[in-house]
Design a protein. Structure first.
Length: 315
């Protein structure tokens, strides 16, 4: 009886530990939607009077997985150019508001989207791009319907948003460019790093078991979340941005992706910038690099005014 009890206890522990880490990964302690706005105002990222004054449209559309996804659309009159901006983990679309003015200056309509399980969007967990990439697809579908077949669509993502964007553009050729700000290159590698740094754990089998548990629960595993995988086959122009002092996702991950990427690409490493803090650390340099990149891409696609080169549909 004693040996049977010990065996049962070991089995329960074997199941409980991966379940615990699975929950830790896919159910991040997100900040409440209204609180992200208040923090943005407090930190100077959002000017309340300006925000209220700007013309905007609140949107809820259907995802491809039976939940609603939420966004705010800031139009720029008589332009077919539009940028989708995807925020980082635990936050909301208000974390992306700081980019609106910069892209309006470049003549872009701006769509700030809430990821699934974040902000006012539905979804029962965070999948690090597995399902988020299809939510981005839904927004691109919406924008093409709203603007027309001559729409010129780009995407900028921070952290989780960047990883989702990189996985998305592997399948959607309608996107004219991608700006990846502090993305991880591979989820398994990032989890391995965080376990070692945050928990002092070096157990590869734990990652495998946690991935297996996640797959049983939600249909995807960690190995499927790898922005760097097949990135050399992606034709979409990419600007990689990363803070050199990022202590959550090493900037080397962006360097590795930049080195693998073929065709049109740029790399902007920001000294003294921590995780998802490149824009706030060097606004002038950030705007200059974005401006140069957009100028090159728009010339490449012959974008101007209401004209634009039509891009092929979702693959």
């Amino acid at each position: 009886m004693i040996s049977a009890a010990i065996f049962l206890t070991l089995l329960l522990l074997l199941a409980a530990v991966p379940l615990y880490f699975s929950n830790l990964i896919i159910f991040p302690r997100k900040v409440e939607y209204k609180e992200t706005y208040k923090i943005g105002v407090k930190n100077g990222e959002i000017n309340n009077e300006e925000f209220e004054r700007l013309k905007k449209e609140e949107l809820f559309i259907d995802s491809y997985y039976d939940y609603k996804i939420h966004a705010m659309y800031f139009p720029y009159e008589k332009s077919n150019k539009v940028i989708i901006i995807a925020h980082g983990i635990m936050w909301s679309l208000f974390g992306s508001y700081k980019y609106v003015e910069m892209f309006h200056e470049k003549g872009y309509n701006v769509l700030l989207c809430d990821h699934r399980f974040h902000g006012l969007s539905g979804g029962n967990h965070t999948s690090f791009g597995y399902y988020e990439k299809d939510d981005l697809r839904a927004w691109v579908d919406y924008l093409y319907e709203k603007i027309g077949d001559n729409a010129f669509v780009g995407v900028l993502g921070e952290s989780l948003g960047a990883a989702s964007a990189l996985q998305f553009i592997k399948k959607d050729k309608r996107v004219g460019f991608c700006i990846s700000d502090c993305s991880f290159s591979d989820l398994t590698a990032l989890i391995r790093l965080r376990l070692r740094v945050d928990f002092k754990i070096r157990m590869e089998p734990l990652i495998t078991l946690t991935s297996f548990v996640t797959r049983i629960r939600y249909g995807w595993g960690f190995r499927e979340i790898s922005p760097i995988k097949n990135l050399d086959q992606v034709e979409t122009p990419i600007l990689f941005i990363h803070g050199v002092d990022d202590d959550f996702i090493p900037y080397k991950m962006s360097v590795d992706m930049y080195n693998l990427k073929k065709g049109h690409k740029k790399l902007y490493l920001v000294p003294n910038a921590g995780h998802a803090n490149a824009f706030l650390t060097d606004k002038k340099g950030y705007k200059e690099h974005i401006g140069e990149f957009l100028k090159d891409i728009e010339n490449l696609h012959d974008v101007g005014g209401n004209g634009g080169k039509y891009l092929p549909a979702y693959d």
